[in-house]
Write a protein that binds this ligand. Structure first.
Ligand code: MG
Length: 296
């Protein structure tokens, strides 16, 4: 199942939810207050053992504006730092690491978890507003697989963890590197407005193996990141076991699993994003998102 959330079928402001099938969306007959939650409306029904509403219409994706499958998460997006070995090394080497790393060979011994505020989320093809130059000129991209939790759970074992996964989507964990460095804790530099493009669809776990998918990122058509999710240092079961040990995970929670090597600060000099740059992230079986970075 591929779930999309969108606007503009008949009314430019009405948010609807549908199932994507080869470029055609089967629009589900949700009440408006359900539909504006996107995928969360479906996850809530499924968690209660209820059926999905009937299909009320069909529309081509070319006729509507896709939104993030979860346009406004109910709480912060969980994120994982330094979860691919080559990226952990490029980050340490870049000098933007504010931690106590001692050299380019440092790898985390436990998952590094931080979060982004829910308001960072924007659609898969929406523009991303760069902060004014006085605030930051060190804006970077991070292509990531995001795991969507399907049920309330706590203290989940690694063996049971994949049963808690509803499915997957793509995020770009956009980052203000100077803020990430200067403020030590990563929350601020990761949480600027528009800093979490997401989509284009949420794909259920029964239709794709999130633990081994190709993940790629291009800047203005130039391939910068090219890896597989099988290369994660801490795999999806480990991440769910770690977070749920103390925090009850809720249906609809999102865990961005970390980015591969090839981000802007991995280059010398760093290749930060500027107005007009277009960042495309593609993950096998999920689709692609493409966002233009714009000045305000
Ligand atoms: Mg990240």
């Amino acid at each position: 199942m591929k779930v999309v959330c969108f606007k503009g079928r008949s009314n430019p402001n009405e948010i609807e939810v549908g199932l994507l099938d080869q470029g055609l969306i089967k629009v589900l007959d949700f009440l408006p207050e359900q539909a504006h939650q996107g995928l969360l409306a479906i996850i809530d029904l499924q968690a209660q053992g209820k059926r999905l509403p009937a299909v009320k219409a069909e529309v081509a994706t070319s006729k509507i504006r896709l939104m993030a499958p979860i346009p406004r998460p109910r709480r912060n997006v969980f994120c994982v730092g330094l979860n691919y070995k080559p990226h952990a090394k490029e980050f340490t080497k870049s000098g933007f690491d504010a931690g106590k790393s001692t050299g380019a060979g440092d790898l985390p011994t436990d998952p590094i978890i931080f979060s982004k505020v829910p308001e960072t989320v924007v659609g898969p093809f929406d523009p991303v507003r760069l902060p004014v130059a006085e605030v930051s000129t060190s804006i970077d991209y991070e292509a990531e697989l995001a795991v969507i939790i399907g049920q309330r759970c706590k203290n989940v074992s690694k063996d049971d963890a994949m049963k808690m996964v509803w499915g997957y989507t793509i995020v770009n964990d956009v980052t203000a590197r100077d803020w990430q460095h200067r403020h030590k804790q990563w929350h601020m530099g990761k949480s600027f407005d528009d800093f979490c493009p997401m989509g284009p669809a949420a794909v259920s776990a029964d239709s794709v193996n999130g633990q081994d998918l190709a993940i790629r990122c291009w800047i203005n058509g130039e391939l910068r990141q090219d890896s597989r999710t099988s290369e994660l240092i801490f795999d999806i079961p480990t991440l769910i076991a770690t977070i749920s040990a103390g925090i009850t995970l809720q249906p609809g929670d999102i865990i961005a699993t970390g980015t591969p090597v090839g981000v802007g600060i991995g280059f010398t000099p760093p290749k930060f994003l500027h107005a007009g740059d277009v960042v495309k992230v593609a993950i096998e079986g999920i689709g692609e998102i493409e966002n233009k970075f714009v000045s305000v």
